[in-house]
Design a protein around this ligand. Structure first.
Ligand code: ZN
Length: 153
């Protein structure tokens, strides 16, 4: 997590020469273009504050101690050459979309639920919730957060 935060904070140093970008795409997505313009770019500041860098890193990396993986119920799938977001382009992902719930798994960070889960879309990250819950989550299209709020609380 510290490495991700560092990389966000000093993105300019490692990317400006090759890409001419001051901040990562994630920084623009999380902090917003207007905020970056006002707080950094207009003042010639090329490094994010520690707090801003942490906010950006938290959109794709769990703060230590809070990770879904630490429950022991989650895992990431990788296919050679199709890791990360590219996994969504595979036949295996399509199969999982139709079948994972039958085995008790859900996509923990689905597309379109970023503002609810607090994480970017992660097509490769699955979580075991059991067949009963997975079936309802699959049918409803809810995120785990929405499901818990609606059915568990
Ligand atoms: Zn994961």
């Amino acid at each position: 997590f510290n490495i991700y935060t560092y990389n966000e904070r000093y993105y300019y140093r490692s990317h400006y020469e090759s890409e001419g970008k001051w901040f990562s795409d994630e920084a623009y997505a999380v902090l917003g273009k207007a905020y970056l313009e006002e707080k950094y770019i207009s003042q010639g500041k090329t490094s994010l504050s520690a707090d801003d860098a942490k906010r950006v890193a938290m959109s794709y990396s769990a703060y230590p101690g809070t990770g879904d993986h630490q429950t022991g119920l989650s895992f990431d799938l990788y296919l050679s050459g199709w890791s990360g977001g590219k996994f969504a382009e595979t036949d295996e992902y399509k199969w999982l979309c139709e079948n994972a719930h039958k085995f008790g798994f859900i996509f923990r960070y689905p597309k379109g639920k970023e503002n609810i889960t607090g994480y970017s879309f992660e097509p490769y990250h699955l979580r075991f919730v059991g067949q009963y819950h997975a079936a309802i989550i699959y049918e409803s299209g809810l995120s785990l957060e929405e499901y818990i709020a609606k059915y568990i609380n």
